[in-house]
Structures are given as structure tokens and as C-alpha cells.
Design a protein around this ligand. Structure first.
Ligand SMILES: CC(C)(COP(=O)(O)OP(=O)(O)OC[C@H]1O[C@@H](n2cnc3c(N)ncnc32)[C@H](O)[C@@H]1O)[C@@H](O)C(=O)NCCC(=O)NCCS
Ligand SMILES: Nc1ncnc2c1ncn2[C@@H]1O[C@H](COP(=O)(O)OP(=O)(O)OP(=O)(O)O)[C@@H](O)[C@H]1O
Length: 229
């Protein structure tokens, strides 16, 4: 199995692209969804967030007030680092479990939709392809303001909390240009999907897995013979 990293900037269109890929049958692991799951009430990350940010970060029903936490962490780099240090190890662990499940189900590849892929760098060495969903800065800002009901200042603050999108574009092996129409993006996603489907990298990964298993099997057999003699 091989891994494909899908990333971009805030509101650049990652979810739009990953939904299109999912409709085409691609297995997707969405880090934003995982990030919500790992902070559910009474999980280890939840308890640490309440410890460090105080009970005032909770809604009446005991869940984390995501809007309030967002306002705090996008306004302060220290608070953002603190939240990342609590959540990221849990997010990566949960994603790894999902990758293993897809592997066991026989998938040839999995797409990891991770907004902070290049910022954290933890996953990049395991990826065979990286896809950046790009849109120009003015479009990104206006889509972000419209979708989340933010002022220009708030939206700029959120964009500034991530690596510049232009820089991410330079690090990618594939770029989806999403400044234009949805139809234009859909056409690019279809081409990307064909490339992934035609890729033979899973064969190499499978050969390495078989060789490793065979090597281990041989080693175990040799050890058993030694013990028996
Ligand atoms: C700050 C939180 C509470 C805001 O929650 P909310 O539901 O409003 O937004 P959501 O989770 O859908 O995130 C929206 C987008 O914000 C951006 N974003 C989220 N967290 C961060 C961060 N720590 N640094 C920079 N950008 C971020 C991403 O582009 C993401 O796609 C939440 O995003 C969070 O817990 N973030 C920390 C975990 C994290 O890093 N998640 C990103 C996936 S690795
Ligand atoms: N090509 C497009 N034309 C018009 N609107 C678009 C296009 N692509 C995305 N949008 C809209 O822009 C907004 C941001 O897109 P989307 O939610 O896919 O971004 P994202 O990168 O997943 O965001 P986040 O980082 O916050 O998770 C959404 O409201 C979406 O409907």
C-alpha cells in the first residue's frame, strides 16, 4: 500500500477535493475529523486541554467549545503550540490505526487529508505523493470569511497561523489549482485519480512486505532448528 498526503491552506479547498476523491472511491482519512474525535469528553487529550486552558473552555454539555478554543489559539502562537503538543500525538496515533485497517482490508493506497502536513513534518517521510490544493490569497481569504463568518482581520490571523500556501505549493509533487470554478477543480481531480489508480507503487510496497515476511519466517525457522538441535 502507498500513502498520499493531501494538504493546503485553511479554506483552500482540501475538503472539496477529498470529497471528490471519496466519490470516486478513494479511501480517505481526514485529520480534522480525527482531531474532533480525539478531544471527545474524558479522552486523555480532552483532560489535558481542560487542565491547561481551564474549565471555561467547555460548553454547558461538557464538550470543548471549539469556537472559543479557535479564537484563543489563532491569536497566540504559544497557545497554538500548547494545543498542538496535546492533540497532534493523539491524532497521529489514531490515523496510524486507520491506515493499518485500510491496509488489512487490501486497499492499494490511502489519502491522508492533513491541513498541517508540511508544518508538522511527522508524516511526510512515509508519503509517496503529496498533493497541495492551492488557491490565490484573495480567493482564499474571501472563501474563509464567507464560510466561517469571520472579519478580514480574523481570517488573516488564521491564514498567518500556517505555512504560506505558496511555499506548500513548492513542496508538493502534485498541485490542484482551486482558484477557479468547481468544474475546473473536478477535472483536475479526475486526472489525479487516474494517476493514482495507474500507479504501480503498491506492487513495490507489496514486494517489500512479502520479502520482509519471508525473511522473518526464514529467521524463525532457523532459530527453531537451532533450538531443536
Ligand atoms: C482550533 C480548533 C479547536 C478549531 O476547531 P474548528 O471546529 O473551528 O475548526 P476545524 O477543526 O474544522 O479546523 C479548520 C481548519 O483550521 C486550521 N487549523 C486547525 N488547527 C490548526 C492549528 N493548530 N494551526 C493552524 N491551523 C489550524 C486547519 O486548516 C483546519 O482545516 C481545532 O481546529 C483544533 O482542535 N485544532 C488543533 C488540532 C489540529 O491541529 N487540527 C488540524 C488537523 S492536524
Ligand atoms: N472552486 C470553488 N469555487 C467556489 N467555492 C469553493 C471552491 N472550492 C471550495 N469552495 C468553498 O470554499 C470554502 C472552503 O473550502 P473547503 O471547506 O473545501 O476548504 P478546506 O481547505 O477543507 O478548509 P479547512 O482548512 O478550513 O478545513 C467552502 O465554503 C467551499 O464550499
Amino acid at each position: 500500500m502507498f500513502l498520499v498526503g493531501l494538504t493546503g491552506g485553511i479554506a483552500s479547498g482540501k475538503s472539496t477535493v477529498s470529497s471528490l476523491l471519496r466519490e470516486l472511491g478513494c479511501p480517505i482519512i481526514d485529520a480534522d475529523v480525527v482531531a474532533r474525535k480525539v478531544v471527545e469528553p474524558h479522552s486523555p487529550a480532552y483532560c489535558r486541554i481542560v487542565k491547561h486552558f481551564g474549565p471555561e473552555i467547555l460548553l454547558e454539555n461538557g464538550e470543548i467549545d471549539r469556537q472559543k478554543l479557535g479564537q484563543l489559539i489563532f491569536a497566540s502562537e504559544d497557545k497554538r503550540r500548547l494545543l498542538n503538543s496535546i492533540t497532534h500525538p493523539e491524532i497521529h496515533k489514531a490515523m496510524l490505526k486507520q491506515i493499518v485497517l485500510f491496509f488489512l482490508r487490501g486497499y492499494r493506497y490511502v489519502v491522508l487529508d492533513v491541513p498541517l502536513l508540511f508544518e508538522t513534518r511527522r508524516l511526510t517521510r512515509f508519503l509517496n505523493h503529496t498533493v497541495v490544493v492551492y488557491c490565490d490569497p484573495a480567493t482564499q481569504l474571501s472563501r474563509l470569511m464567507n464560510r466561517d463568518g469571520l472579519t478580514q482581520e480574523q481570517a488573516e490571523q488564521r491564514v498567518a497561523a500556517q505555512m504560506p500556501l505558496n511555499e506548500k505549493r513548492g513542496l508538493a509533487s502534485h498541485v490542484v489549482e482551486n482558484s477557479g470554478s468547481r468544474e475546473d477543480t473536478q477535472r483536475q481531480v479526475l486526472r489525479l485519480h487516474t494517476k493514482l489508480e495507474d500507479s504501480m507503487e503498491f506492487l513495490l510496497a507489496r514486494a517489500i512486505a512479502i520479502a520482509t515476511a519471508a525473511g522473518l519466517g526464514g529467521l524463525l525457522l532457523y532459530a527453531a532448528k537451532l533450538l531443536a538441535s
